[in-house]
Design a protein around this ligand. Structure first.
Ligand SMILES: [Zn+2]
Length: 68
């Protein structure tokens, strides 16, 4: 079995062992932050972040894009 490689959307860091990574699933009206699970990370449209800091970056962008 080949491990899936996950890539942080903010810094481009890649790993096949995402420890303490974070999954975000969002639409134009809702953003959901999830702890890393295989199910959440492989869901359609799931976004991957290497940690809280980079998840925060995306959340900030999301707010800005829908408030401006
Ligand atoms: Zn990152």
């Amino acid at each position: 079995m080949i491990d899936t490689i996950y890539r942080c959307e903010i810094c481009g860091d890649e790993t096949d062992r995402p420890v303490r990574w974070i999954v975000i699933q969002c639409s134009s009206t809702q953003l959901t932050v999830l702890k890393w699970t295989a199910e959440a990370s492989n869901a359609p449209g799931a976004r991957h972040y290497c940690g809280e800091a980079h998840a925060q970056v995306y959340i900030s962008r999301w707010f800005e894009s829908f408030c401006s």
